[in-house]
Design a protein around this ligand. Sequence first.
Ligand code: PLP
Length: 492
Amino acid sequence: MSKDHLQQNASPTIRFFSGENVPLEMHKVRVVQKLFLPPIEERLQAVRRAGFNTFLLNTREVFLDMLTDSGTNAMSDAQMGAMMQADDAYAGSQSFARMQKAIEDVLGKRHVLPVHQGRAAENIIAQSYVKPGNVVPMNYHFTTTLAHIQVNGGKIVELVTDEALEIKSDNPFKGNMDIAKLRAVIAKEGVANVPLIRMEALTNLIGGQPFSMANLREVRKVANEFGIPLVLDASLIGENAYFIKQREAEFKQANIADILLEMCEQADIVYFSSRKVSSSRGGAICTNDKKIFDNMTVLVPLYEGFLTYGGMSVREIEAMAVGLRETTDEAVIDQSPSFIRYLVERLGKLGVPAVTPPGGLGCHIDAMGFLSHVPQTEYPAGALAAAFYLISGVRGMERGTVSSIRDENGNDILADVELLRLAFPRRVFTLSQTKYVEDRLHWLYTKRHLVGGLRFVEEPAVLRFFVGRMEATSDWPEKLMAAFRADFGDSL
Ligand SMILES: *Cc1c(COP(=O)(O)O)cnc(C)c1O
């Protein structure tokens, strides 16, 4: 791969003659996958078969799959090419050496432990640092992070600022940690009981919202003061770096490569899931501290694989190395945030409620604003995800009370926010597909009174959002389908 290819710096959002700002695809499509848009009658059958749970749909039933960005980004020609040159070896593979060099160049860390995916890194870090009764302060949790800390007997505290959970905001850095709250937690728990401080780049569960470099530096200062290691979850670091450049005055002229290096420099341990960087598996734990490295090394052969593959295939390692280098290219990392911004701004003009400011990862629709007549106990985000699939064939993910749990009395613990997440994996969807999403959301919003609630018919005790099944509380899906046919005729 030539240096020129990596160092282009074009921002793909350009101003049209009409005055509109439009995100341009800075790539051409050379390999394609055929899509299907089944008619609405088939979609109704599919959503019933799936128990109104979008996780249980098959991709053959789905037109645009916006469930997640995990393992679904488009690969570049450079990534595919590198996969062909992978060096098969149990130990000492050149592919690993290339990945290690990429991590050193892009993230600035010399010591690398490979793992098969992000949660495996969390397992190793949690086992090495978290003891029963410990408390780990973080800006916000991620599902697998929380689980690994709890399995090791620890607890978490979430220290985003209060306004981070507001749907509509103009706070450019909702992912920031509240430094006063961090000091208070350390004072209350005692330094000995706080084994790590964790910062997550582009906080996933609050809408792909970034933290600022200024905030990360402040957190670093506190970590230094108390001698607590700072861990950076860098799974979505590229987009966070992009927002730092866009939104933080000091970095207007900086290049992404330098921002990435400075972010990682603040952390003692950097880990990431490579599922967000390429379309395959993988991940790594990285540090410059030999003691930290030695402390975790033994767990890698135990759980993952030998130290030069960590459960990944050499092809996945090559794709990850190239994917990391591509993360320094603004035209690559701008792709999903610029499409999300476009969609969120257009939905805003149409009055469709969505999380602002637009984040990375996906467009998050506010289901309680959209379906204000559906009580939270009837799962508005789940109902919106099912209704939107029914009328469009687009699959999103429920992020609300269906994804929550019940209390000891069997009552739902209502989620802070009810969101429908429409993920934008990198370079996968085109602008006309994005316009289709906008158009169908707009139509559904005008017919929102037709959408009713859901109730569980099969509810597993753990992780019910993955495999639980629900039904509609009335015949609203049929009424919605009839309204669709009335407005769109024979159109799909
Ligand atoms: C995806 C993700 C993880 C977990 O990674 P997996 O590869 O899915 O195990 C951890 N943290 C963040 C922020 C993520 O987005």
